[in-house]
Design a protein around this ligand. Sequence first.
Ligand SMILES: O=C(O)CCC(=O)C(=O)O
Ligand SMILES: [Fe+2]
Length: 312
Amino acid sequence: MSANQGNENGGQDNSTQGASTKQLHKEYRERIISTYRPLHRELYQMTPGSFFVPSFLNAISENTEEGFRNIISEPSPGVLTFDMLQPQFCKMLVDEAENFENWVRETRTRILRPNTMNAYGSVLDDFGMERMLDKLMKDYILPMSTIFFPEVGGATLDYHHGYVVEYGTNRDDHIDFHVDDSEVTLNVCLGELFTGGEMFFRGVRCDKHLDSESESGEIYNYSQVPGRAVLHCGYHRHGALSTTSGHKVNMLLWCRSSVFREMRKYERNATSWCRVCKKEKEEKQRRFSVQRTSSQTDSSSPCFSQTDSCSP
Ligand SMILES: O=C(O)CCC(=O)C(=O)O
Ligand SMILES: [Fe+2]
């Protein structure tokens, strides 16, 4: 199975986007925001008490590894899950996304879909939620990713791509095996009633080792629960199986670090976070230390150079 690189449509990568593309994207957003009328205005401003469940808010205010570990479960290495969103918030966001889709249809507005892998779903940043989601990333995800994903820029997240995706009849069916264009991804199921649609994970890899085999400890399938978040490194290979009945809606926040991306441009050696790079490095070190030990043993023995003769 080979993994795709999932990319944002209209590309918003700060480091690669030219000034004119940025300007076009800004104008595109302004056009939508000036005409689209939100259904639930309260979603557009961060209101922690009505967005998040109390256990999550307590862990955020405590802001310690122990406090986060009390609410997180890690069913497979690097896949963190925890209760996050209030049911009422989930419902309102599903309705808002539907309201936006209706507006798109009625006004025949051409919009950018969230990424190269989805034909359905909408970019929340494009219709007014950019500031709220930026706050969500900086005040609520960054504290966790600083602790749990420091090796992939989790401590320096500074821009994002936020969207909802929908699966089911007349929507996307599944999402192929891929890595995200993010350092850290937040994925929260908003509902509704569905069967199937499990996420599958297959281990963290750098670009060079994207198609390498998975080890048995890296193979993990997860059935999402509405309101419960999944937090994973963007380079953790994953996908979602077919939604076999009903309608599944997820909110995604691809969180990015411009510092980490800049550093990666100059990276020549093995990364510290890719499983294959790590194993290759360990193997090199092992061979190096075997070589050193054997040359030390040779040099301490009475005959260590080729010119020496051990014959009596
Ligand atoms: O819908 C899902 O569960 C996965 C979505 C995803 O991986 C993505 O949008 O990058
Ligand atoms: Fe993804």
